[in-house]
Design a protein. Structure first.
Length: 131
């Protein structure tokens, strides 16, 4: 369960959930679930985009913090580069989210037949032999 207060723990949990989703979608047993999956993935992408913008904003506001130590003096602009890269990645995810939203809307127009009603020649039948 998300903590809503510990970003490191929530990020680890999100990583595991997405790993589980990647594993679970290797084989789709019930295609009628795809619509819901796409809706959830769309929301997850939007939340990830928001999180990246918020982390980028932290670096915008606190780039020259007194309690931050730059290990390599040649990297004095590191916070600004981190901010730039995170805001850019967040905007890319916004674009990805729009594509997923479009796929989600199109998926809503597809009606899947139960497997036992598949057209002849497709799927498994009791008397069929595959070579």
């Amino acid at each position: 369960m998300p903590t809503f207060e510990d970003p490191a723990a929530d990020a680890t949990e999100a990583e595991q959930a997405l790993r589980g989703l990647a594993h679970a979608t290797r084989r789709i047993e019930d295609p009628s679930q795809i619509y819901g999956v796409l809706g959830s993935v769309s929301q997850a992408i939007a939340s990830l985009s928001q999180a990246l913008h918020q982390i980028g904003s932290f670096h915008d506001e606190h780039g020259a913090r007194a309690d931050a130590t730059v290990i390599d003096p040649r990297q004095t602009g590191a916070a600004y580069r981190v901010s730039w890269d995170l805001h850019r990645a967040a905007e890319m995810l916004t674009s990805v989210g729009k594509s997923i939203d479009s796929a989600h809307a199109s998926e809503a127009t597809i009606v899947y037949q139960p497997r036992h009603l598949e057209a002849p020649g497709r799927g498994h039948t009791a008397n069929a032999v595959s070579l």
